[in-house]
Design a binder for this molecule. Sequence first.
Ligand code: PBG
Length: 328
Amino acid sequence: MSSFPCTRLRRYRRTESLRQMFSEPLPPPSKFIWPIFIIEGKGKEIKIDSMPGQSRMSIDIALKRLKPVVESGIGGIMIFGVPEDKCKSPDGRHAYMKNGLVQNAVRKIKKTFPDLIVFTDVCLCSYTKHGHCGTIDSNGDVDNDATLETLAKVAVSHAEAGADAVAPSAMMDGQVLAIRDSLSENGFKNILIMSYSTKFASSFYGPFRDAADSKPMSGDRKSYQSPFSDLKQAIRESIEDEKEGADILMVKPALCYLDIISKIKERTLLPVATYNVSGEYSMLIASSERGFGDLKAMVRESTAAIHRSGADIIISYWASRYKEMFEL
Ligand code: PBG
């Protein structure tokens, strides 16, 4: 039975100040991580056509672009290396070179911005010739256990360079445990592992694969990334990573999976991050460019929804435009 005319919810909304008083605040900049793409060279900045507003940068340019973003108060960045073709191999070994792209970027960025939390993506797809996230076996499958060894080496090389946190994204079974063990054996007991624990085989990664030059040459990633159609597996992926020693869990993408973020939050006390991925970023831009919606309003509404789902940390390309998008 309705309690109208006594109950009138419009009373709360009558003025802007009333609306403000009853609003949940948008997440502060300290909750955001900005993903950046690093290339070889000096003075290079190549715009990513499928992600307007984002580019691939050499380290010197990244340092310049980071200054205002760091000043806006964002919590951290996530570094992706985009190596030249000559650095791609069947097993992705350039990903763990002492003086590789990511390792050098970490050293320089930490030196310039010591308080910025530097996360590194630990994966091989940009470093393998075939574009899969690990070594391929004789049957053409990604060889899980052989890949673990490479991933562990990559994580240790990032830790040696000074990363605060490593973020394994290859979706190999046992990758968190393998990385935790290697970090410990090498004396890195204080490095955080933010696992891409529930990472779906999603169709929203397209622009990223352009940016990172990491599209598989053949096949897809469905034999290692989680199917969007299986809720139980999606939750188990995160629970298993907690058992393996992850410090932070992650759901990726964000917007299609707000229910999964909430469900995982109910089952863990670890912080849960979510990755508002490239396709989610670019679709809002495309929509606003065609006049279907106001960009800032769409960004605010979708980010509020991500925050409300329970995400403690948001990895988002909007982080580079925090002031423009989220401050009144
Ligand atoms: C690499 C990786 C991907 C993303 C982050 N790390 C792509 C993929 O799995 O194909 C996607 C990020 C985005 O779309 O913004 N394993």
